[in-house]
Design a protein around this ligand. Structure first.
Ligand SMILES: [Ca+2]
Length: 88
């Protein structure tokens, strides 16, 4: 498999791993987003003072405002962060 396909497959596997932790296995809940941000990106929003930041980030990610983050919404985040990394 090409490197790009390998990377894309990895994104799918990571999404499935976190989405499957609780509730609907096809979407990320707020708690799953928090865990994914922490473990995969080192963004820790555990403290009580970070609750507003987590709420805002989740709301921004949840483009169709259905209360969950689906795979399309997840890869939008990944694409945005990748663009930032590439530019630095
Ligand atoms: Ca959504």
């Amino acid at each position: 498999m090409s490197r790009l396909l390998t990377a894309m497959n990895e994104l799918i596997q990571i999404f499935k791993e976190y989405a499957g932790k609780e509730g609907d296995a096809k979407t990320l809940s707020k708690g799953e987003v928090k865990t994914l941000l922490s473990k995969e990106l080192g963004i820790n929003l555990e403290a009580a003072k970070d609750k507003a930041a987590l709420d805002k980030m989740f709301k921004d990610l949840d483009a169709n405002a259905d209360g969950t983050v689906d795979f399309t919404e997840f890869i939008t985040l990944v694409a945005a962060i990748t663009a930032i990394l590439q530019g630095s």
